[in-house]
Ligand binder design. Structure first.
Ligand code: SF4
Ligand code: SF4
Length: 347
């Protein structure tokens, strides 16, 4: 069972200087943990396993890809098989291969998305590879001090300084250091690795150091109107220019569509692989019979939004959108999710 978000008792916020933060992360890494953090290469910032904490860059507003690959890799081997004397031998997924990992520098919208992913991967049956990774990951979030026109976390229940999903939340206080909120026992265990690097933070308030992100719509009203709009023309109007490229799903921290593929090696051996997919692709719902229940893009757009804003809240008590804005930044035809959601409010 997952043991995330267990609040430690009476832990006061702390302060850490930028120099001490580097020393702490270096210690965490030297202790054998993998560290995934934002790294800027060729003008793009993305989460990557770092060899040195000097590679970490926090100058971005939002990374191009989310941090979800730490628990839901783009491709992963589920098991291997080999034909042996008329039978098939399976080599199961080995949880021992998963390293203890710290994801550093994810913003609150990405940390909150781990809760959405947990809802999906634990619905009905527990997904073993996902759960094993969740057991071994510690999320060190960083509050947002800047936002852009694509951000809308406050419209879907989030906040630039929300601790939801993080084990530790840092907030930059000026240029020299961070306020440190320890949210879970797992976060506390990581701080205790180098407790001497953390100082008392009496009297420091984070509010004035957070990005401004006014709410743009009432998500409750959007959900209410959307739930009653299955037959509306709004889906066709909104998706008329969608080319079904799937970019929105691949950058989304809360999208969890996947495909299962065989990687047959031709000599009776092979691997079964899981890889990211998108409900925006026509092939995703194509039946073996040739029938496709979502044969046009408007039906696939409807499914994407209803799943995130209606089906997930109903069934999993969590939204499938945290307002990170990546889908709008990545869309090659300028679809803007916040604008599209606002249109439901006006129906
Ligand atoms: S749907 Fe778009 S805005 Fe919402 S979490 Fe996914 S990428 Fe971010
Ligand atoms: S990124 Fe834009 S064009 Fe591509 S599938 Fe998503 S909404 Fe459609």
């Amino acid at each position: 069972m997952e043991q995330k978000n267990i609040p430690p008792k009476n832990i006061s916020p702390k302060y850490i200087s930028k120099a001490s933060l580097k020393a702490w992360l270096a210690k965490v890494k030297d202790d054998g943990r993998h560290i995934y953090a934002p790294v800027t290469e060729n003008g793009k910032t993305n989460f990557k396993r770092v060899k040195s904490v000097d590679e970490i860059s926090m100058a971005h507003i939002q990374t191009a890809q989310s941090a979800k690959g730490a628990v839901f890799p783009r491709t992963e081997k589920l098991f291997s098989y080999a034909r042996q004397q008329g039978d098939v031998a399976l080599q199961d997924y080995n949880p021992g291969d998963i390293p203890d990992t710290v994801v550093f520098g994810l913003h609150p919208c990405d940390a909150a998305a781990f809760k959405a992913l947990s809802g999906i991967f634990n619905w009905g049956a527990q997904d073993k590879p996902f759960s094993e990774r969740m057991q071994r990951v510690t999320l060190v979030g960083v509050s947002c001090s800047r936002s852009d026109v694509f951000c809308f976390c406050t419209s879907v229940g989030g906040h630039p300084g929300s601790a939801e999903g993080s084990d530790i939340l840092l907030t930059a206080i000026g240029d020299d250091g961070y306020l440190v909120e320890i949210i879970t026992d797992r976060g506390q265990a990581l701080v205790e690795k180098s407790a001497d690097l953390f100082e008392a933070a009496a009297g420091i308030s984070k509010e004035e150091h957070l990005a401004s992100a006014p709410a743009r719509f009432s998500v409750e009203e959007v959900q209410r109107k959307m739930a009653g709009s299955f037959e509306s023309d709004i889906w066709k109007k909104q998706s008329a220019r969608c080319i079904g490229c799937g970019a929105c799903a691949f950058v989304c921290p809360a999208c969890a569509c996947f495909d299962i593929q065989e990687n047959a090696k031709g000599n009776g051996t092979g691997d079964r692989i899981r890889c990211w997919d998108s409900c925006g692709f026509s092939l995703f719902t194509l039946h073996t019979s040739g029938h496709n229940p979502r044969s046009v893009q408007s039906q696939r757009w409807r499914q994407r939004l209803l799943h995130k804003l209606c089906y997930m809240p109903d069934r999993l008590s969590v939204r499938g959108c945290t307002g990170c804005g990546r889908c709008s930044r990545a869309c090659p035809v300028d679809m803007n999710l916040a604008e599209h959601l606002k249109e439901f409010e006006r129906l």
